[in-house]
Design a protein around this ligand. Structure first.
Ligand SMILES: *Cc1c(COP(=O)(O)O)cnc(C)c1O
Length: 218
């Protein structure tokens, strides 16, 4: 089933679009089945779950952190992840930078944008995005590679469109600044129900769970 789902999704994605499999709650066997079928990037929400999955799967795929990361978990996170998609503060950025320095690693990160401007949610407010990028670009062991957004929860994927547009606009704005060490390459937006709309709005990285692995049972 996972194999067929993956094949269908990959056939649908335009060239140059990366699929990140949102693997929360999935067993290592499910993840391995998808890898056998050609999956190349795993997205994890929790460091502890990622450690378990990494133990079973190893470094033959790329690992993306897509959940909120607490600064005190940065040290563990930088051991596993190739990309941290959810950096939204200097506090977290500094913790990642320091942990990477100790390891001699440069971490690729995306800035998470709170495109719905919901106070209780993670992500930098869109109007603060540029100043965060400027400040973060000073850190030597971090490389900013793009933006990520969730958008407010919406039943109708069309409702997500304005938030994807807002994030895209910021992405292009940062790109034109040509900041040293900042590469606006990845725009990570869209999940199972919204990735088609996200692609129309310029996403080149989509994070898909349910549509690949099936409904989550909690
Ligand atoms: C779970 C999750 C997804 C994927 O959600 P689905 O609706 O299962 O496709 C994408 N991004 C993040 C950050 C997630 O936590």
């Amino acid at each position: 089933m996972i194999k067929e789902n993956l094949k269908r999704i990959l056939e649908e994605l335009p060239e140059g679009v990366d699929l990140v499999a949102a693997a929360k709650t999935r067993t290592p066997d499910e993840v391995l089945e998808a890898i056998d079928a050609g999956l190349r990037i795993i997205g994890e929400n929790y460091v502890q779950e990622a450690e378990k999955a990494f133990e079973a799967v190893g470094a033959k795929v790329r690992w993306h952190m897509i959940g909120h990361l607490q600064s005190n978990k940065a040290k563990k996170a930088v051991k596993i992840f190739d990309v941290i998609e959810t950096v939204d503060s200097m506090k977290l950025a500094r913790a990642i930078d320091k942990a990477c320095q100790n390891m001699g690693k440069v971490m690729q990160v995306l800035i998470e944008v709170n495109s719905g401007e919901e106070p209780q949610k993670a992500g930098v407010m869109p109007e603060d995005g540029i100043s965060l990028v400027r400040d973060m670009s000073e850190l030597k062991n971090i490389k900013i590679m793009g933006l990520m957004t969730m958008g407010p929860f919406a039943g109708d994927p069309e409702d997500a469109r304005p938030y994807f547009q807002k994030t895209r606009k910021l992405f292009e704005e940062i790109k034109t600044l040509n900041l040293p060490g900042v590469e606006m390459k990845h725009l990570s937006m869209g999940m199972s129900n919204s990735y088609r709309v996200a692609l129309e709005e310029g996403a080149n990285m989509v994070r898909i769970g349910t549509r690949l692995f099936g409904e989550r049972v909690y």
